[in-house]
Design a binder for this molecule. Structure first.
Ligand SMILES: CCCCC/C=C/C(=O)SCCNC(=O)CCNC(=O)[C@H](O)C(C)(C)COP(=O)(O)OP(=O)(O)OC[C@H]1O[C@@H](n2cnc3c(N)ncnc32)[C@H](O)[C@@H]1OP(=O)(O)O
Ligand code: NDP
Length: 267
């Protein structure tokens, strides 16, 4: 696989997010961990969640010594009441940023997806995001905060083998654009990020590796997306520099969404 041609750059100034608070779902691994660490490095008090306590503890260890902080509470975002209660707890002293990052799916042709499999993926990647975002609304309104939801490169055009996930994330994009309108006068901004192929533990298996290699080879810029660059983009959207950015799908994918994209997995 082609590695990034240049090391990831940290372009935002130290202390940029000092005095702010954020909630990151799926903070114990991959993109969520990198986002949490970058936000904390920039001074944010980050609260992370996910189901595995040990994974969250790993992020906390890595956050030691950063300008901000990282605390965590294990929670399954598919359990709506629990995650809504968590938002209330985390936001008790204010909330400036919600990062809806927890997500995932299995690859399967639509004809092989059971109704339960469909519902599971839609619950995780759409219904949970609405529940958390709605719970965060009054708190974000009080601080004119922001929401960033992790989506998929190519979400707006479909992907073979990903019907459940694309449907859910296209729903999140529609929700994002709608709430960007509804909550604009509250000063709340909502955006989606569509990463290309990001090499994280979620894609660590042997079979996934082969698919990854094919996806990266088909990416016009020929590189995976470094996790640090996704994290920097989240921090930018959380910062005053992103003040007028709302309702967007920002695809950080080396033009993967313009090429054959996820269809390659099925070919
Ligand atoms: C490869 C390049 C992709 C690039 C873009 C995407 C990248 C990423 O998203 S990175 C990865 C993030 N991590 C993951 O996606 C892995 C996480 N996935 C999961 O945890 C599961 O797939 C889950 C979302 C379904 C949640 O699993 P869980 O809560 O444990 O649910 P169950 O195992 O009980 O399954 C529920 C239901 O779904 C059916 N099912 C599960 N896997 C498959 C499959 N491979 N094919 C068909 N159906 C599947 C399962 O059978 C259950 O339904 P019933 O059989 O009707 O009970
Ligand atoms: N890697 C890639 O190439 C790409 C990834 N994405 C998306 O980015 C996001 C992060 O992916 P990535 O970091 O790669 O994958 P990981 O599998 O490393 O991360 C997913 C995270 O979500 C958490 N999570 C999953 N289900 C739940 C749940 N029910 N409740 C709470 N937390 C949950 C997991 O924690 P735990 O298991 O402890 O619950 C884990 O920390 C996902 O939405 C993914 O689909 C999008 C495009 C490309």
């Amino acid at each position: 696989m082609t590695e990034p041609s240049t090391p990831p750059k940290e372009v935002l100034r130290p202390g940029l997010l000092a005095g702010t608070t954020g909630l990151v779902t799926g903070a114990g691994s991959g993109i969520g961990r990198a986002v949490s660490l970058r936000l904390a490095a920039l001074g944010m008090a980050v609260h992370g969640t996910g189901r595995r306590e040990e994974a969250l503890a790993g992020t906390a260890t890595l956050a030691e010594g950063l300008a901000g902080s990282f605390a965590y509470t294990p929670c399954n975002v598919r359990e709506t009441d629990a995650v809504t209660a968590l938002v209330e707890q985390v936001a008790a002293n204010g909330l400036d940023l919600l990062v809806n990052n927890a997500g995932g799916q299995f690859f399967a042709p639509a004809a092989e997806i059971s109704q339960k499999g469909w519902n599971t993926v839609v619950d995780l990647n759409l219904n949970a995001i609405f529940a958390v975002t709605r719970a965060a609304y009054p708190h974000l309104k009080a601080r004119r905060g922001a929401v960033v939801s992790m989506s998929l490169s190519g979400v707006d055009r479909g992907g073979m083998g990903f019907a459940h996930s694309i449907a859910a994330r296209a729903g999140v994009l529609g929700m994002t654009r709608s709430l960007a309108l509804e909550w604009a006068r509250d000063g709340i901004r909502l955006n989606c990020i569509g990463p290309g192929t990001v090499v994280t533990e979620g894609l660590a298996g042997e079979a996934a590796r082969e698919i990854l290699d094919r996806l990266v080879a088909a990416t016009p810029m020929g590189e995976p997306t470094p996790v640090e660059e996704v994290a920097e983009l989240v921090a930018y959207l959380a910062s005053p520099a992103g003040r007028l950015m709302t309702g967007q799908l920002i695809q950080i994918d080396g033009a993967a969404h313009l090429g054959p994209g996820l269809h390659l997995i099925a070919s």
